[in-house]
Ligand binder design. Structure first.
Ligand code: AMP
Length: 382
């Protein structure tokens, strides 16, 4: 099947050709026709499946078709895409810009941590598609800088993470500002009880989309566990990076504090490292990500909240410096590698005190992850 068969207009097909997509992913095959038909959607899909294009492409097409019919000077916000994190919002925004390259539509991405005034100025100029984090959207609304009364399409992306991050009240306040008649799309990595409850109040006769074989770990990711004493983890990480000559590795840590200490340690060892976590300014986070993508730094350290949804093309290595508290986060973390058919390697450093977490992860995966010992780093504690 090609994008042609999904009924997308030539401007979008040209843009897809420009970005090099040759065929739709499963979520795109399923969601695009349903959204084009005007149905509400509840989709279970994770980052890495191509979900962003599955909602942005049909929405752009519908906006484009309507704008062809009735050229109006005033541009009200007609599509609102809500994202839990700034990084994900920025990525969705980049995708929207790329896909709408040949359309006469304007989009804007707004999130907190950066000055609000330029965002207010741009909104005044009129935008068709607004991508926003909930907090900043409400700030803008309070300043009367956004009018949400013409929204026709609403997307809640990574809805489960929005609930985890405590955005439910913000979301309810935003929903109250929207017109009653609109098309709603809800994307979530899980269908928990809370998500179902949110969906009940939001969606009208939704089409449920679950990609047929939900594989927690793609086959192309090789996974290993290194059992190691906690006190020797940082030494082992530096050893792995230098011995294997890794040039681009994403490392997950549990805490902001731990992330900072490890950054310092690696930089002292001459391994150029930057960190992104919730306490970093937006400027620092964006800079670190683009330096990493450009290959100017060797290691990017991240905590789970900011890392979810990070899209870095063909990332070869992911290291779990600490095992995550939630087994599901392991799947999200290692999903940063081995994407779009590239091979990837996920290495986890596991201390004796983390064995219970490891058990939970293996239970979720339904398999045992291969253990590997590195000479000189054999654990003494178990
Ligand atoms: P997402 O799940 O939306 O974060 O997308 C994951 C990655 O897949 C992004 O880098 C997209 O640019 C890329 N992508 C999305 N759709 C396709 C496609 N049909 N073919 C190739 N790459 C794609």
């Amino acid at each position: 099947m090609s994008f042609n068969d999904l009924g997308l207009c030539k401007e979008l097909l040209t843009a897809l050709n420009d970005v090099g997509y040759t065929e739709p992913t499963p979520i795109q095959r399923e969601a695009i026709p349903v959204v084009l038909k005007g149905r509400d959607v509840m989709a279970c899909a994770q980052t890495g499946t191509g979900k962003t294009a599955s909602f942005t492409l049909p929405i752009l097409q519908k906006l484009h078709q309507r704008s062809l019919k009735q050229e109006t000077k005033k541009r009200p916000i007609r599509a609102l895409i809500l994202s839990p994190t700034r990084e994900l919002a920025a990525q969705i925004g980049e995708n929207v810009v790329a896909y709408s390259k040949h359309l006469k539509l304007r989009s804007l991405t707004v999130f907190g941590g950066v000055s609000i005034n330029p965002q207010m100025m741009k909104l005044r100029g009129g935008v068709d598609v607004l991508i926003a984090t909930p907090g900043r959207l409400l700030d803008l609304e309070q300043k009367n800088a956004v009018d949400l009364s013409n929204v026709e399409y609403l997307v809640l992306d990574e809805a489960d993470r929005m609930l985890d991050m405590g955005f439910i009240h913000d979301i309810k306040r935003i929903l109250a500002k929207l017109p009653k008649r609109r098309q709603n799309l809800l994307f979530s990595a899980t269908f928990s009880k809370e998500i179902k409850k949110l969906a009940e109040g939001l969606l009208f006769k939704p089409e449920m989309i679950e990609i047929e074989s939900y594989k927690p770990t793609p086959d192309q990711i090789t996974q290993h566990i290194h059992m190691v004493d906690k006190s020797r983890k940082r030494e082992l990480l530096a050893h792995l990076i230098t011995e294997n000559n890794w040039s681009q590795v994403l490392v997950f840590c549990r805490t902001k504090h731990g992330t900072n200490r490890l950054t310092e340690h690696l930089n002292k060892k001459g391994i150029v490292t930057l960190a992104i976590h919730g306490n970093k300014s937006q400027g620092a986070r964006t800079r670190a990500l683009s330096e990493f993508k450009a290959g100017n730094i060797r290691v990017l350290l991240a905590t789970d909240i900011v890392a979810r949804g990070l899209d870095i093309a063909e990332l070869p290595y992911v290291v779990n410096y600490d095992l995550p508290d939630q087994a599901e986060d392991y799947v999200h973390r290692i999903g940063r590698t081995g994407r779009a058919d590239a091979k990837g390697e996920a290495i986890s450093l596991c201390g004796a005190e983390e064995l219970e977490l490891l058990k939970d992860i293996e239970k979720l995966l339904g398999k045992t992850i291969q253990r590997m010992n590195i000479k000189g780093f054999e654990p003494t504690e178990h």
